[in-house]
Design a protein around this ligand. Structure first.
Ligand code: DOR
Ligand code: ZN
Length: 344
């Protein structure tokens, strides 16, 4: 029986650090196991300039528990970006790429892009500079069912972006459907991140009778068994196109109250690599964990593969119910549940 596994140190290619006290609490958890993280730019005032990116990077790295931890920042795309600053920041590696949030698709996306066709000049700049376009791939329109938003985005926007900018490297973030997996597999220059929660939950875990479980509510919303199976197969057995991105997105427990407008987001960083290991073990694919967690990501981003290693021990890990420090209290994903692996 395997009691330990040793993998190249992972990176998390999609995580939310927030700001203020929340940032200092959650950064500890992401920097616990990862060497690098892409810090999503959907802060209250989104990160749209080189100066904001440098400042945000510094703030996160200051709070990390390991010295060599690196925060990588994408630019939050808006309808009216300062193009010369954007291009400068790409060329100086201040921005790792750019994140496209269609307007009102998720938390803090009201500054997002209204008409994607109007920012094709930005895609051209990304393509020319060999930088990545990260996409929240959901179309939020009143006539589109919440479960179909990814499919509609692919059909009505992504297909067109893909065929217009053939050399533009794209990450379809938090792929959530069988349809999304298929799109990534069958198109070139596109990869996908996959979260633990999309491989552990289905819509029955969110919509329970006539109530929503706020702690399982995220964007894109989790879907059917068929989608979950397809995502597991993609993560565990497609050895090139998919990589680790937790979309760990903390909200204070009070903001997850049923009485408030529901905030989307699941906080998984206290047990992220452990949850992935448990899933890979269930799929009899532990030997492929490292490719997903530590190799496919840096290869796609044209970055070095990490030199250090992480050891996971097979043991009973009871995930605490909450992350709590002073005025911060966040419900942990899988809180109060036992899993089989713990990072040493
Ligand atoms: O569930 C989500 N929460 N999905 C996102 O895309 C954003 C995130 C957040 O920032 O809370
Ligand atoms: Zn996210």
């Amino acid at each position: 029986m395997t009691n330990h596994i040793k993998i190249i140190q992972p990176d998390d290619w999609h995580v939310h650090f927030r700001e203020g006290d929340m940032l200092s609490v959650v950064t500890k958890y992401s920097s616990r196991v990862n060497r690098r993280c892409i810090a999503m730019p959907n802060t209250l005032i989104p990160i749209t300039t080189s100066a904001e990116a440098l400042n945000y990077k510094k703030l996160i790295e200051m709070n990390a528990i390991k010295k060599n931890f690196e925060a990588l920042i994408p630019c939050y795309l808006t309808d009216n970006l300062n193009i010369s600053d954007f291009e400068y920041a790409l060329q100086k590696n201040i921005f790792i790429g750019a994140k496209l949030y269609p307007n009102n698709a998720t938390t803090n996306s009201h500054f997002g892009v209204n008409n994607i066709k109007n920012i094709y000049n930005i895609f051209e700049i990304l393509e020319k500079n060999n930088k990545i376009l990260l996409i929240h791939g959901e179309l939020n329109r009143s006539d589109i069912d919440i479960f179909d938003r990814e499919k509609y985005f692919i059909d009505e926007e992504l297909n067109h972006i893909r065929s217009s900018f053939k050399d533009l490297k794209i990450v379809l973030e938090h792929v959530s459907s069988d349809y999304g997996v298929d799109f990534v597999k069958t198109n070139s220059n596109i990869s996908g991140t996959i979260t633990p929660h999309h491989m552990l939950l289905t819509k029955k875990d969110v919509f329970e009778k006539d109530k929503i479980n706020p702690h399982h509510y995220c964007m894109p919303v989790v879907k059917n068994e068929k989608d979950l199976i397809s995502l597991r197969k993609a993560a565990c057995f497609d050895n090139t196109k998919f990589f680790l991105g937790t979309d760990s997105a903390p909200h204070h427990v009070n903001d997850k109250n049923q009485n408030n407008p529901l905030k989307a987001g699941i906080f998984s960083s206290p047990s992220s690599i452990e949850l992935y290991a448990s899933i890979f073990e269930e799929e009899n694919a532990l030997e492929n964990l490292e490719i997903f967690s530590s190799i496919n990501g840096p290869k796609f981003y044209n970055l070095e593969i990490n030199r250090d290693y992480l050891i996971l021990e097979k043991t009973n890990f009871n995930i605490p119910e909450y992350t709590q420090e002073e005025n911060i209290k966040i419900k942990n994903f899988y809180g109060n549940q036992n899993i089989n692996w713990k990072a040493l």
